[in-house]
Design a binder for this molecule. Structure first.
Ligand code: KIV
Ligand code: NA
Length: 265
């Protein structure tokens, strides 16, 4: 078996095939998705919220992303692994972006990186691609800018829609192999998908994008509290794990565990 490459991703759009992407932040979870045939795994900086206990993605460091990405690469054989560049690791300019992306490629072994921003990140994307690092772009809602934009639907209204289209064309022109569209109206995401020749990866962007991504802890029902409207839950891991932890605690307190079959003599 060989790894899926960005070339395979380009062919999928030519053939009109849709594909799924999931996040993962550790080797074991990633191995499950790899074996389940998920072609692209994103080591998202959503690790900040979902794995590291921060309130937003803003505090996540490049050291943390490098460690988590390396674990995901080690746990997988076939999936293309995309590593997120965290806030502050590429905004200074193309040279900083290249230095940061190079760490994810060399130290963690990712096959591609992702960064946020359309026109504003054009030069960063261009230098990375020229240097041989495939880039997935990310436009619409960009969570690293939460302090400036909040978590609101993007691209509503004619002016905002035109800006989103400009951002999408800009990242394509810079050489991105795919672009995430986060929390944009379905009609606009459909238009972007028709206009671009690179695949669009939707999250809260309706049914017409070329691919769909979900945060794994949302998708499997591990996240506590409310999840966004665009999430579909395919399991209730939080309930399963809570039940198991309580059963274990009861067994220990009541003396039912360990039993004879769990003991050595
Ligand atoms: O960090 C992340 O999980 C992401 C996806 C939501 C696209 O950027
Ligand atoms: Na992210």
């Amino acid at each position: 078996t060989r790894r899926i490459t960005v070339r395979d991703i380009a062919l999928a759009k030519e053939r009109g095939e849709k594909w799924p992407m999931l996040t993962a932040y550790d080797a074991m979870t990633a191995s499950v998705f790899d074996e389940a045939g998920i072609p692209v795994i994103l080591v998202g900086d959503s690790a900040g919220n979902c794995h590291l206990g921060y309130d937003t993605t803003v505090p996540v460091t490049l050291d943390e992303m490098t460690m988590l990405s390396a674990a995901v690469v080690r746990g997988t054989r076939r999936s293309l692994i995309v590593g997120d560049l965290p806030f502050g690791s590429y905004q200074e300019g193309p040279v900083q972006a290249l230095r940061s992306a190079t760490r994810l490629v060399k130290e963690a072994g990712v096959g591609a990186v992702k960064l946020e921003g359309g026109e504003r990140s054009h030069e960063q994307i261009r230098l990375l691609v020229e240097s041989g690092i495939p880039v997935m772009a990310h436009i619409g809602l960009t969570p690293q800018s939460v302090n400036a934009m909040g978590y609101r639907v993007q691209g509503r209204g004619e002016e905002a829609a035109q800006q989103l289209l400009r951002d999408a064309k800009s990242v394509q022109d810079a050489g991105a192999f795919a672009v995430v569209l986060e929390l944009v109206p379905a009609e606009l995401a459909a238009e972007v998908t028709r206009v671009l020749h690179i695949p669009t990866v939707g999250i809260g962007a309706g049914p017409e994008t070329d691919a769909q991504v979900l945060v794994w802890t949302d998708m499997l029902g591990l996240t506590s509290g409310r999840v966004p409207k665009f999430v579909k839950r395919y399991a209730d891991l939080r309930e399963v794990m809570t039940g198991a932890a309580k059963a274990f605690a009861e067994d220990v307190v009541g003396g039912a565990f360990p039993a004879e079959e769990h003991s050595v003599h």
